[in-house]
Design a protein around this ligand. Structure first.
Ligand code: UD1
Ligand code: CA
Length: 418
């Protein structure tokens, strides 16, 4: 099998996004766009990715600083996608294998499509293989120009298309696999002969064909995967598509999502079988939900939340960075932050943890089988022993618990909250 590396283009300034944050760091369902592209490469066995960065490079490197399979390549001036590839020359000029070239602004990429691309390339042994897509609305994308036999001749960018070419529905989603040597031969010879005066990687196709080699274009990219992100509107569209995929997978795994259009679930969330997600639930960050839970409507689960089995979170329940054991109930209007909640605890309507004292975030520990009435405020740091009962409307601190304990020992009081 041929040795394979990937070049991922992520240096663009992204004028159309109108952003100070590098485009590839904008998130799709909780992860930066670039993370999806890197993962798709890893899934097809690529062990080294050359990521070309320029605008905002420090921020991008920082965000991915734990990845050991990335070689960062600097493109000082953004002269176009072919120039971005050329920036890798120093590292890859003598590499004998195959080079996958992808864009960092294509988060909808699927590893299965890359597998098809690799397979077709292995079968046909051309100089380059690209995966194409058919779009009802191809505006903005490079168009695939084929000859009378259906073989690819060139890719023409939208801004350079004739009126006739603009009607072509087959587009370039920017998934290419090249014979590395021929790729570098091509990019060194590309000229900025186009409206934008940039060095286009898309011109490598015509160049390779003109120098007597074969290029294969396989229509292998589904519509919902072909879209790149150049603007905020496209970012929203990509989020919608990714959200549908996330929900589909969860439903296949036995989760009921009552109203998918009005539910938002982060890609990092894990949800157990027979859990029901009611409408207007928003799950953000690394969140784990056990089996047989009922979440929502209007629940907000934030980063670091871990719920056991059979937990019920109802309307306007917000949970952050907290662990709930099995059978906890918080049915109405609660905020539980930085807490550990034991088995079968009932949290009454409108009860909250006061987890921030203005300086520090403090933890709340609630033992098993506690009953917390409605409208209770637990001032953290605080620990409620298993089986504690707090009656409605109480404001409870560790101090008040300790005090009542002392008094109880003296035979005065029964209820910790009184
Ligand atoms: C590009 C393709 C187009 C394709 C579309 C798919 C070219 C010339 N055009 O167009 O055929 O249909 O993607 O989404 O390749 N970049 C650099 N350095 C540069 C310029 C760009 O690293 O000098 C990076 C960008 O950060 C981006 C990627 O390359 O991640 C693509 O560039 P972009 O300007 O978004 O190209 P498109 O117009 O979308
Ligand atoms: Ca793009």
């Amino acid at each position: 099998m041929a040795e394979r590396v990937a070049i991922i283009l992520a240096a663009g300034i992204s004028k159309r996004m109108n952003t100070e944050l590098p485009k590839v760091l904008h998130e799709v369902c909780g992860r930066p766009m670039l993370a999806y592209v890197l993962d798709a490469c890893r899934e097809v066995g690529i062990e080294k990715m050359y990521v070309v960065v320029g605008f905002g490079n420090e921020q991008i490197k920082e965000r991915f600083n734990k990845a050991e399979d990335i070689v960062w390549i600097q493109q000082k001036e953004q002269k176009g996608t072919a120039h971005a590839v050329l920036c890798c020359k120093e590292y890859l000029e003598d590499f004998q294998g195959q080079t996958l070239v992808l864009c960092g602004d294509g988060p909808l990429i699927r590893a299965s499509t890359l597998k098809t691309l690799i397979q077709k390339h292995e079968e046909g042994q051309p100089a380059a293989t690209l995966a194409t897509a058919i779009l009802d609305e191809p505006a903005g994308y490079g168009r695939i120009i084929r000859d009378e036999n259906g073989n690819i001749k060139a890719i023409v960018e939208d801004s350079d298309c004739t009126n006739r070419q603009l009607k072509i529905n087959e587009v370039n989603p920017s998934y290419y696999l090249f014979n590395n040597k021929l790729l570098f031969d091509a990019v060194q010879n590309i000229k900025p002969d186009n409206v934008k005066k940039e060095l286009y990687l898309t011109d490598a196709v015509a160049h390779i064909i003109e120098t007597g080699h074969k290029v294969l274009a396989v229509t292998a990219v589904r519509t919902d995967e072909a879209r790149g992100v150049n603007s905020r509107v496209q970012l929203t569209e990509a989020n919608k598509i990714m959200q549908r995929r996330i929900q589909q997978k969860l439903m296949d795994n036995g989760v009921t999502i009552v109203d998918p259009d009005n539910t938002w679930i982060d890609i990092r969330a894990e949800i157990g079988q027979d859990t029901v997600i009611e409408p207007f639930t928003y799950i953000h960050g690394e969140v784990k939900i056990g089996k047989g839970c009922r979440i929502g409507p209007f629940a907000y689960l934030r980063h670091g939340t871990v719920l056991g089995d059979d937990v019920v979170l109802g309307v306007f329940a917000e949970v952050k960075n907290s662990t709930f054991a099995d059978g906890v109930r918080a049915r109405h209007h609660s905020y539980i932050g930085d807490a550990t909640v034991g088995r079968h605890v009932n949290i009454g309507a409108g009860s909250t943890t006061a987890n921030f004292d203005g300086e520090n975030i403090n933890r709340t520990n609630i033992g098993d089988d506690c009953y917390i009435g409605s409208g209770v405020v637990l001032i953290a740091p605080i620990e409620l022993k298993a089986g504690s009962r707090i009656s409605a409307g109480k404001i409870v601190s560790q101090e008040s618990i300790d005090k009542s304990k002392t008094e109880r020992l003296k035979g005065k009081r029964q209820d910790v909250s009184k």
